[in-house]
Design a protein. Structure first.
Lengths: 466, 245
């Protein structure tokens, strides 16, 4: 997927003025924020589980290479084939090769953000493989030719009415309006694809090192069909998803759905281990696991390492007041919101993502809800710091900061400038005491309450001298 | 106890009355207050823009200026958070300046936190009659745990009634440079805040950070609300705000 993050500001402006989108975004508060709060309250001690989950993720990241090798050994021992991809292109090449090897004509997909990260669908289509998204949200997006706007609810930006129109247009059936009817229609359309598919593609929520298993959590059942019905199953995921044991995975699964959708548990939790054995009646004949780096290993050992704890629950974006108002597309890539504003610069480069870490008030709501305690505001500041060190900040901003720093370190000059500014602003404010227009952006959407005309330091000095 | 007042650059420039209200509150709480003359800014604008050099120099400057205070009190959760939480991360080493900065961080408090937990103020001097609603500024709330402190102090005003607004913990959209870099988003967030303020039924909104207040008041006035009063917690606790309305 092409990175369009440099256009954040313009796209955010469009989002703010898009009435349909704004009405769709209203669901975040009711559907996700409230539901999470409720589900978290069902845990006896959220902080204890969260702390344990954080430790599990940290321990893996401290020895990531060893856990990955253990995972590979255990997976291969059970008949899976493990591939290592350094880049998105390499992952696509590996999966296209697998498709070619087995003569795959049709692939059905369960939802996978890593496949979005790689642009896998385009690569497979170019290799002559028909790809059908089977997660309802992803299927809708495939029909609409749109990227996801949320990592858990990819079609969050669309209203039900838009989906009704889209289905009527593509399915050539009478327009349905009820959610149950729409789901049923999608099921009926998708079912033959599952049966005809040669390959199923999934992501992985966790890789379990001790058993070489791929764990996925889903709600629609399409994940089970896509990973067990076709003769080939390819699981594509990032290298950071590994956890040591099944028990560790269950700790994380206690937090993931609660944080994501406010469910105590998802409808399906599938643990996929090895290919179909000779004495087994179902499952894929061939099971390939593709482990993607694509910038992740570069974050190890840096101040951004904590970001790799992420279990992709989406709570940070659900609770981000910026995301809540502009939605996911404005961020210009696969991963929106606070987690994306840390990950995208690491994956796509600082220069291509300049606005992202700055598009946050650092309010900290994300860090409070993160189930693996990622200090997101600190990491956003760290990416800003990297931008500053790389001299990537705009010239005007750098000049303004230089002037501010020069003055702040020279109290006498600082006091004179503040005094002058106070008088000028008070004069501009006039009798109303507020300023409707100033150069710069502040007064585009707001007045500026004017000061009284003297600074605190001036008034204080005068007060002291009788 | 000897308390240094860190006025903050916004209060110095935009609303000195908050500084004087803070002085009254600290004096009322029995503190011996000093106001170092050469104080300027805590360094947050640079720090949040990714420029650590200036922030570090300002941290050292501040640590020197407030070296002889038992406590440093700041009428802002954001600036207090910068000193208390972020300064130590800028000085992880064991040098003399680093030790001094970390010591400064450890004795720096947001105003309401200080009044409740250190000075144990039981009789706030202000008078306020009417309904008010409180906006929890992000840094104070989430970096310093300032939540009950301002409410405990407001509860000491016999004629003031706190009417909590929905989403009082949601950011107002200020965010320092964010408010001008992403002014459209910032204004929308302030709109949401304005909606909740109006729905609360209170005619006064109170917060502990002038940045938020400027943003909220600026947006309220722009959308035609000239009536809602927008006050700093220090002004409410120390003065006779509310008597005129």
């Amino acid at each position: 997927m092409k990175v369009a993050s440099l256009k954040f500001q313009r796209n955010a402006g469009k989002s703010l003025n898009n009435k349909t989108l704004q009405s769709a975004l209203k669901n975040i508060e009711s559907r996700f924020v409230g539901a999470r709060r409720e589900a978290i309250s069902h845990l006896d001690d959220f902080e204890a589980v969260r702390s344990r989950a954080t430790t599990i993720r940290d321990q893996v990241l401290a020895n990531l290479d060893q856990w990955l090798i253990r995972f590979e050994q255990e997976a291969q021992r059970r008949g899976a084939i493990v591939h290592w991809a350094e880049t998105a292109e390499e992952a696509n090449r590996i999966i296209c090769d697998i498709a070619r090897q087995y003569g795959v004509k049709k692939a059905v997909k369960s939802k996978s953000m890593v496949s979005e990260e790689c642009g896998l669908n385009d690569a497979l289509e170019a290799a002559g493989v028909q790809v059908v998204e089977t997660d309802l949200g992803e299927y809708i997006l495939q029909l609409a030719h749109e990227p996801p706007s949320h990592i858990v609810a990819p079609v969050l930006h669309k209203t039900k009415d838009e989906v009704s129109d889209l289905f009527a247009q593509h399915h050539h059936l009478p327009r349905k309006t009820g959610i149950a009817e729409l789901c049923q229609e999608a099921r009926e359309i998708l079912r033959p694809h599952f049966i005809a598919a040669d390959m199923g593609i999934s992501g992985a929520n966790f890789l379990i090192a001790e058993t070489g298993s791929v764990l996925i959590v889903t709600n629609e059942g399409n994940g089970r069909l896509a990973t067990t019905l076709p003769r080939v199953h390819v699981a594509l995921t990032g290298i950071e998803k590994v956890v040591p044991t099944l028990e560790d995975a269950t700790t994380l699964v206690r937090l993931l759905p609660r944080s994501a959708t406010g469910q105590d548990i998802t409808n399906y939790v599938s643990v996929l281990t090895g290919a179909k054995a000779l004495d087994e009646s179902d499952g894929p004949e061939h099971f390939h696991i593709v482990l993607l780096d694509n910038g992740r290993s570069k974050m190890l050992g840096t101040k951004l390492q904590a970001m790799l704890r992420c279990i992709r629950c989406g709570a940070c974006m659900n609770h981000c007041p910026v995301y809540q108002n502009v939605g996911g597309h404005a961020y210009g890539w696969v991963y929106p919101g606070p987690m994306g504003s840390v990950l995208t610069p690491s994956f796509a480069g600082l220069a291509a993502t300049l606005p992202l870490p700055n598009a946050s008030t650092l309010c900290g709501a994300c860090a409070v809800v993160c189930p693996v305690s990622i200090p997101l505001p600190d990491l956003l500041r760290e990416v800003r710091h990297q931008q500053s060190l790389a001299n990537l900040r705009p010239w005007r901003e750098r000049k303004a900061l230089a002037v501010w720093a020069w003055l702040a370190l020279r109290p006498i000059w600082y006091a004179r400038c503040a005094g002058l500014m106070s008088r000028v602003l008070a004069w501009l404010g006039g009798a109303k005491g507020r300023i409707g227009w100033l150069p710069g952006a502040w007064t585009r959407g707001r007045d500026l309450p004017a000061p009284a005309g003297q600074t605190f330091r001036d008034l204080y000095r005068k007060r002291e001298k009788p | 106890m000897r308390v240094g007042l860190f006025v903050t650059c916004l209060v110095d420039l935009m609303r000195p009355s908050i500084g004087f209200a803070t002085l009254r509150l600290l004096a009322h709480a029995g503190c011996d207050v000093i106001v170092p003359e050469h104080q300027t800014c805590c360094g947050q604008p640079g720090y949040n823009a990714g420029d650590h050099t200036a922030a570090r120099e300002l941290a050292i400057k501040l640590a020197l200026e407030f070296a002889d205070c038992d406590y440093v009190v700041v009428p802002s959760g954001s600036c207090a958070g910068m000193i208390r939480v972020h300064y130590p991360t800028l000085f992880p080493d064991d040098s003399e300046p680093a030790r001094r900065v970390r010591a400064l961080a450890a004795r720096t408090y947001e105003l309401t936190d200080f009044l409740v937990n250190i000075a144990k103020l039981q009789d706030v001097p202000g008078r306020f009659t009417g309904n008010l609603t409180y906006h929890d500024s992000c840094s104070g709330l989430r970096e310093l745990g300032v939540k009950q402190q301002p409410r405990a102090l407001l509860a000491q005003l016999p004629d003031a009634t706190l009417k909590e607004m929905a989403q009082c913990e949601t950011c107002c959209g200020f965010g320092g440079a964010f408010s001008v870099k992403f002014d459209e988003i910032s204004s929308r967030m302030a709109d949401n805040k304005a909606r909740h303020i109006h729905a609360s039924g209170a005619n006064t909104v109170v917060a502990g950070d002038l940045g938020c207040l400027l943003n909220i008041e600026g947006r309220l006035r722009r959308i035609g609300d000239q009536a809602t009063r927008v006050l700093h917690i220090a002004e409410v606790l120390a003065g006779d705000e509310g008597q005129t309305s």
